[in-house]
Design a protein around this ligand. Structure first.
Ligand code: IVH
Length: 662
């Protein structure tokens, strides 16, 4: 037996060394075949002698049993982040501010990795826990998932206790691969590698995480003095020694704002060729002693700051302005351009909103345009390169008839509409909306499938979703469908009958009734019948509803076909009741009032939000003059300052508890 234990130890050593050389040093000393042989032998031994499998075995990286939920964990010290800055002037101001305390500062400059931060805890050199940042105070235990990340050492090179923080991210290559796979499976593509990484690390089944091929870049030790470390640069070197992937080669040192600005430019130029996404530069005062002198504000450390690159812009050619018809009949012009990589994804179209927007931008087919992703997510045309315009270009002209059904368009405010209720394009959009994530959320219905089913005649109106099972045999013969996927789809359709009322209300696609309003209405009325019968005056007086929405709802229910739809769904056993907590309108101080929550409270923000909403309050994300109360926890952010400047009533947790119990 001892021989086997020794062999297992030896194989783990070989594999760990090879992984370290491959992932950290980028300099492997054994071939892939030798690595595979060692790995297979280890797997074989562990299968034969499961009692000898070590807790830090590299075979754990394939993932383990699926779990029901993520446990909450409290961080030993808060996981903070830095304030963001966006231009050179702010870099200079940062340097000036530091110089008020430190006469000759030195800075370390690091690429700002675009993923999600994670904390790893090692005991005696073995990874025992990994957690997400969460709200900075408590995060979620993602240990099994993080163990699947090959660049996370399961055992360090030293048998020490240490917490290491860094970024969990997805490389550009893995992102493209994951999205290719999602397209093949008719799943929605990830918007960017950051979302992909966040989605992958929060999988209850770690085998899925393992397949996504995430990475980890270590950049921070919360207690560096415990290891005799005196500078940030030494921290990174120490992390590398321990077996982590670090950015040691790309990091820089600076003595003044000029050095910092040069580094920012250089790194921005290298951005395209890096194997992962970065969204800026993190500036940190290098000396830990200086960091201590600088300390913290109420929210963030004073010794560092995050400079964010401007949204990336790329030039391309505008090939077509294509008009699409939304479910309300709204016509949208879209720019269709040669596909380009912007901030991590390949984009080929962007909305041009409406006629006025097109005229103002003066976009013309054939133009060279610059595009970017607004907020790094939604593609947008920034400008037309007028100096590169061809002489024979033709100015934009709005269409006059629907591109799908040819009905004459009408203009309302800045928008054009197709008024034909039977326009196929409107129908398809309406059907897609019904099954979408915030509506009935019927998994497995990508946009293309709805359109295919519509064209095949299986889906023409909403009720048809619940009759699809009658076409089961035909569906199974369609390309991309087998018995299993059809069964899954039909099960998901049946399952959707149990949804709470707000999903159905939103799914109906009543104009101006968004997700939030649908929830308010479902909570208020509790059942569909009461909602359908509500008159304009009653609707208008519900908090957050108002004139436009009330008119739109009464107009919707004045149409016989809509009443028939509801009756048909009722007969098909689609749930017509609100299943969440009902609105209690007995607390006048809270009912109908607008709240903003900021800072760290004793429970999660969702806890307070749910409670307040159940009492008829409106909880929003930003402080405006319309805000009635700001509930403030510890380390509040800029929302607190804004509330003070606007003279809005501030509540601490005690005030809140009193108010709730009144
Ligand atoms: S240091 C006290 N270094 O960007 C803050 N953060 O505000 C310690 N990030 O949320 C973080 N790359 O998740 C640090 N090289 C880097 C980073 C980095 C990305 C993230 C981090 C944090 C935000 C900084």
């Amino acid at each position: 037996m001892q021989k086997i234990i020794d062999r297992i130890d030896e194989l783990i050593k070989i594999i760990n060394k090879a992984s370290y050389e491959y992932y950290v040093l980028d300099n492997p000393s054994i071939t892939d075949q030798e690595y595979d042989d060692a790995y297979t032998e280890l797997q074989r031994l562990e299968n034969t002698y499961p009692e000898l499998k070590r807790d830090d075995s590299p075979t754990l990286r394939v993932g383990g049993e699926a779990i029901d939920k993520f446990e909450k964990v409290t961080h030993a010290s808060p996981m903070l982040s830095f304030d963001d800055i966006f231009n050179e002037e702010e870099i200079m101001l940062f340097d000036e501010r530091i110089r008020k305390t430190i006469s000759k500062p030195e800075y370390t400059l690091e690429p700002k990795m675009d993923g999600l931060s994670g904390s790893l805890i090692y005991e005696n050199g073995v990874l025992v826990r990994a957690a997400t940042r969460g709200d900075g105070i408590t995060g979620e235990d993602i240990t099994v998932n993080v163990k699947t990340i090959k660049s996370v050492p399961l055992r360090l090179t030293k048998d020490i206790n240490i917490e290491v923080r860094g970024e969990i991210y997805m490389s550009k290559l893995s992102f493209e691969r994951a999205n290719r796979e999602r397209v093949q499976n008719n799943e929605k593509e990830f918007a960017n590698p950051r979302n992909a990484a966040a989605g992958s690390v929060r999988q209850l089944d770690s085998k899925i995480t393992a397949k996504r091929n995430l990475d980890f870049m270590a950049y921070f030790i919360p207690n560096p003095e415990d290891y005799g470390i005196k500078t940030q640069e030494e921290s990174i070197k120490f992390l590398k020694e321990l077996g982590f992937v670090t950015n040691l080669k790309l990091n820089g040192l600076a003595k003044n704002s000029k050095d910092i600005i040069n580094y920012v430019h250089d790194l921005n130029n290298k951005r395209e060729e890096l194997p992962y996404e970065i969204d800026g530069v993190v500036l940190k005062v290098d000396s830990l002693e200086d960091e201590k002198k600088l300390g913290m504000t109420s929210r963030v450390p004073r010794w560092g700051i995050a400079y964010k690159f401007p949204a990336q812009e790329v030039l391309t050619t505008l090939n077509e302005i294509k008009f699409t018809v939304g479910r309300t009949g709204k016509i949208t012009p879209n720019a269709i351009f040669n596909p380009v990589h912007v901030a991590g994804s390949l984009i080929s179209k962007a909305t041009l909103h409406n006629e006025d927007y097109c005229i103002e931008k003066d976009v013309r087919v054939g133009d060279i345009i610059s595009v970017r992703k607004a907020g790094d997510v939604i593609p947008e045309v920034v400008e037309v390169k007028l100096d590169r315009r061809k002489d024979n270009s033709i100015p934009f002209k709005m269409i006059e008839t629907c591109p799908i059904c040819n009905t004459k368009l009408i203009k309302k405010d800045a928008m054009h509409f197709c008024t034909n209720d039977d326009c196929p394009s409107r129908k398809i959009e309406g059907l897609e909306h019904f099954v979408s994530r915030d509506a009935m959320y019927i998994d497995g219905f990508g946009e293309r499938i709805v359109e295919d089913f519509y064209n095949m005649g299986f889906l023409t109106k909403i009720e048809d979703f619940y009759h699809l099972y009658k076409h089961k045999d035909e569906l199974m013969t369609m390309e991309g469908f087998g018995e299993k996927s059809v069964n899954n789809l039909l099960d998901a359709i049946t399952e959707s009958k149990n949804n709470s009322l707000e999903r159905l209300i939103f799914g109906l696609g009543i104009r101006h009734v968004g997700k939030k309003t649908a929830k308010i209405l479902a909570m208020y009325f509790g059942e569909m019948d009461k909602f359908m019968k509500a008159d304009y005056d009653l609707l208008k007086n519900i908090p957050d509803v108002g004139d436009i929405i009330a008119k739109s709802i009464t107009e919707y229910f004045s149409k016989e076909e809509n009443i028939n739809l509801i009756n048909n769904l009722k007969e098909l056993n689609v749930n017509m009741n609100y299943l969440g907590e009902k609105v209690d309108n007995s607390n006048e101080k809270i009912y109908g009032k607008t709240f903003v929550i900021t800072g760290t409270l004793s429970e999660s923000r969702d806890h307070y939000k749910e409670k307040l909403e159940s009492l008829g309050a409106n909880v929003t994300g930003s402080v405006t003059s319309k805000t009635d109360y700001v509930l403030v926890g510890e380390n509040p952010g800029s929302k607190y300052d804004k509330a003070i400047s606007l003279g809005i009533t501030i509540l601490n947790e005690d005030d809140y508890n009193k108010m709730i119990n009144e």
